[in-house]
Design a protein around this ligand. Structure first.
Ligand SMILES: Cc1ncc(COP(=O)(O)O)c(C=O)c1O
Ligand SMILES: N[C@@H](CCOP(=O)(O)O)C(=O)O
Length: 517
């Protein structure tokens, strides 16, 4: 049965030399014998019904102790910096007020070669073994190595579809090797689940350790709040979300409401909410869940590892990510870099961060050749989840882009909506933020920066259903100066002749004789 296919102790330390041969003295499955371990567990197990409780099952087979550790350090600290904090401390900023980063013991991880890690991660995909069935926790050793599986709050997030965008690629950008990583097809409908499972799990652990965490709070443009409230509700932890009034979609608003969060609709924009939550969490025992908290990025980075895994550890040429508060562009970089540094792959892809022109502080900074950063007042955009003018992770984003030969692009409102609608017309159902990323792709293809034969991954960050009203407005012509590709429903009289007339017209326009293919 699924939970017993792999001995959880596979995740324990196996010295490099034992990778290529079965370890006869222990219960461990080595990388080359994963399949045979799997089948022997299968044949040995006569009971094919699910276990009563997969957490109990995990408790009965504890992973042997390993030496993997992680700690907070100042972001981009030099080798001479001695400043560090345990992950069990409540700390969001370095002593100098800068960002933090979670630093893993790369020496301990590096005792195992790339083949070991690849086989380990591959062996866990699609199982229900707690907690490795999650796309995030299947990489537990690289995420939160020290957390007890019992403390983990997971919805088996991750393992999202990497969609071959065959028609969009051919029709709109003249490419064959275009892929869309559908991170939005997820528990709460956005890629924020990847980071939130990590943060809420650590909070769960802190609360069990009697640390002063009464609730967890965030400012949000709609997706972080949905993820926070769902994971907190699953764990029975109070959540508090600060939302900019009338600036998020109805679907996003109802998510924390439904999950029982304390929802504050505040008369400001996201940047105003972010400022408030930082002030409040400095005063009250409310743990900060925004990506200023570097724990979140540990989960988000697993999407990068997953992309490599889905390509059988081949590295794509480009990865395009829509950017707002800018934690994710760094998280992708970090995931790719860890894979390179630990020998799973030999290089990292070039990264593109795509912003809405109405909220483009990173783009302007990039255009100034990184000479001067200025926060902007973010204007309304249909890509409402990235309507952010003063991103907290600006330094992380610049680091990621500079170290990946990165590029920043922007999309106007019409461009991002048209790109979204065109993608939908090829069988996707994407959010406007993914429209921003696709616009970046179109522009880079038109300028010849991205070649027709290159392999590109566009990261789709939220489910299109969260933005149904935006799509309705586009297709119904309710948005001034927009709608080139609108496909509104037709009202037809309820009689045979009227329906026949409409269908004859339709079939005529679709006939291979009347339109070029
Ligand atoms: C749907 C969606 N796409 C993209 C982003 C951008 O992510 P980040 O804030 O990490 O740049 C966000 C949140 O900001 C989002 O909710
Ligand atoms: N799009 C985000 C904005 C906040 O980003 P975070 O990663 O710092 O939480 C949202 O959905 O709230």
């Amino acid at each position: 049965m699924m939970w017993s296919l792999l001995n959880p102790s596979f995740s324990t330390i196996l010295p490099r030399h034992s990778i290529s041969q079965p370890n006869r003295n222990t219960n461990h499955c080595t990388s080359t014998v994963v399949a045979s371990c799997a089948s022997s567990h299968l044949t040995n197990n006569n009971n094919h019904s699910p276990p009563p409780n997969i957490k109990e099952e995990a408790r009965r087979h504890p992973a042997a102790a390993n030496n993997f550790t992680a700690k907070y350090v100042p972001f981009n600290a030099g080798f001479d910096s001695a400043e560090s904090y345990s992950l069990d401390e409540i700390v969001y900023r370095s002593r100098s007020g800068g960002l933090l980063d979670v630093q893993h013991d790369m020496e301990a991880l590096g005792k195992f070669d790339g083949a070991y890690w690849r086989a380990l991660f591959d062996s866990r995909v699609g199982k229900t073994t707690w907690p490795y069935g999650s796309g995030v926790w299947s990489k537990k050793e690289w995420v939160l190595p020290e957390i007890d599986p019992d403390d983990i709050v997971s919805a088996f997030e991750g393992n999202s579809n990497l969609f071959w965008a065959e028609r969009f690629g051919k029709q709109f950008v003249g490419m064959n090797d275009l892929w869309v990583k559908h991170c939005g097809i997820s528990h709460t409908g956005s890629f924020k689940d990847l980071g939130m499972t990590v943060l809420v799990s650590q909070v769960n652990r802190l609360r069990k350790m009697n640390r002063p965490v009464v609730g967890v709070g965030c400012a949000s443009t709609g997706d972080t709040s949905a993820a926070l409230s769902a994971y907190c509700a699953a764990a029975g932890i109070p959540s508090i979300v600060f939302l900019p009034a009338n600036k998020i979609s109805t679907a996003q608003l109802i998510q924390p409401v439904s999950n029982g969060a304390l929802v504050l609709s505040i008369g400001t924009d996201f940047d105003g909410c972010m400022k408030l939550i930082r002030e409040i969490t400095a005063e009250l025992p409310i743990y900060l869940a925004n990506s200023l908290n570097s724990l979140r990025l540990e989960g988000q980075k697993t999407a990068a590892i997953e992309i490599l895994q889905q390509f059988n550890w081949e590295v794509p040429d480009w990865v395009i990510v829509p950017g707002g508060n800018l934690g994710n562009i760094y998280a992708f970089y970090k995931g790719f870099k860890m894979c390179r540094d630990l020998g799973l792959v030999e290089r990292i892809p070039r990264l593109v961060c795509a912003q809405a022109a109405n909220a483009n502080p990173l783009y302007l900074y990039y255009k100034s050749a990184w000479s001067e950063f200025r926060a902007v007042k973010a204007n309304t955009t249909f890509a409402s989840a990235i309507q952010i003018g003063d991103p907290v992770s600006i330094d992380r984003a610049v680091h990621a882009l500079r170290n990946s030969e990165g590029i920043v692009e922007e999309a106007t409102e019409e461009e991002l909506m048209d790109a979204m609608v065109q993608a939908d017309s090829t069988g996707m159902f994407i959010c406007p933020h993914t429209g921003v990323a696709l616009t970046a792709l179109i522009k880079l293809r038109n300028r010849g920066v991205i070649g027709p034969g290159e392999r590109v991954v566009v990261v789709s960050t939220a489910h299109g259903l969260k933005f149904a009203q935006t799509k309705i407005d586009y297709h119904s012509g309710a948005i001034p100066h927009m709608g080139r590709f609108a496909n509104p429903p037709l009202s037809v009289k309820a009689d045979f002749g009227s329906v026949m007339d409409v269908l004859k017209d339709f079939l005529h326009t679709k006939s291979p004789m009347s339109t070029p293919k």
